[in-house]
Design a protein around this ligand. Structure first.
Ligand SMILES: [Zn+2]
Length: 268
């Protein structure tokens, strides 16, 4: 893959709009078996162990990073119980869904970790910040995927991690501007520092697909959602010809599958 900054600059970040497609699909939802609406995504206060992230957590709260995501989800989905979302100081650049607490924790360390990854790709501070924001949005929707599998008892027939990836990709790509977030996440996976060098057994035994596989799957779904609009992914070898021929059908099937699985839980 030729990682030219010209190509990377074309991945301009577009904010994830609050008007995602799901609320526009109420007709289908209304005809499906109705599910109980007894819960919401609820933003909880940041869990801080030290003073390191006090200011960052305050700023993120003022800028409604979690609140806007919760509003988007609550406008679209009926839940049988509340699902918490919060920032947390975790000691690692990561994010988690905790089934016991029914809570998504987005680590505050993610921001520094992702900034480091994207600094190798982008030239300007704005490009780096946009990519960090895009990757953050993709990551939170990945955790939402885990939460929906748990709370809505969404069937999983492969790795749950792949299912969570697919929910995030579908939701963002089908929404407005989410392709850029998906591409940012894909780039972050491509250069996952934990998978640099030799691959050992613990990585083969891991829960996730390899970072580079996740990269190609996400690039494939973005391309497949609009082959003309994202032709450069193929032309500039961000995706292989062999894989690309299956991508439109892959995206179509993924989209139909998630609509079917979530139909009883969509608001009108
Ligand atoms: Zn996961």
């Amino acid at each position: 893959m030729s990682a030219t900054s010209r190509v990377l600059r074309s991945f301009a970040f577009a904010a994830v709009s609050s008007g995602l497609f799901l609320s526009a699909c109420g007709g289908e939802a209304a005809s499906a078996a109705s599910a109980e609406d007894a819960g919401d995504f609820v933003v909880r206060p940041a869990l801080l162990e030290t003073d390191t992230y006090t200011e960052l957590a305050q700023q993120l709260s003022e800028d409604r990073w979690l609140e806007d995501v919760a509003d988007t989800l609550n406008a679209s989905l009926k839940l049988p119980a509340d699902i918490g979302i919060r920032f947390a100081e975790c000691g690692q650049s990561n994010a988690f869904y905790l089934p016991g607490e029914r809570e998504i924790q987005m680590c505050l360390e993610l921001f520094d970790g992702e900034r480091e990854v994207f600094a190798a790709y982008f030239e300007t501070e704005q490009e780096i910040e946009d990519a960090v924001a895009g990757s953050f949005h993709w990551t939170i929707f990945h955790e939402v995927g885990h939460a929906l599998v748990d709370v809505l008892e969404i069937p999983v027939t492969g790795r749950e991690e792949d299912t969570a990836d697919s929910l995030a990709a579908w939701w963002l790509i089908d929404g407005e501007g989410g392709e850029a977030s998906t591409i940012s996440a894909a780039l972050s996976f491509y250069t996952d520092p934990s998978q640099a060098g030799e691959i050992d057994d613990s990585q083969y035994a891991g829960y996730h697909s390899f970072g580079q596989q996740r990269y190609y799957t996400l690039a494939c779904l973005v391309y497949g959602s609009n082959p003309d609009g994202y032709a450069y992914l193929l032309e500039e070898e961000w995706l292989t010809e062999e894989r690309a021929q299956y991508c439109p059908a892959d995206f179509e099937r993924l989209s139909a599958s998630w609509y079917a699985l979530l139909a009883p839980h969509l608001k009108e």
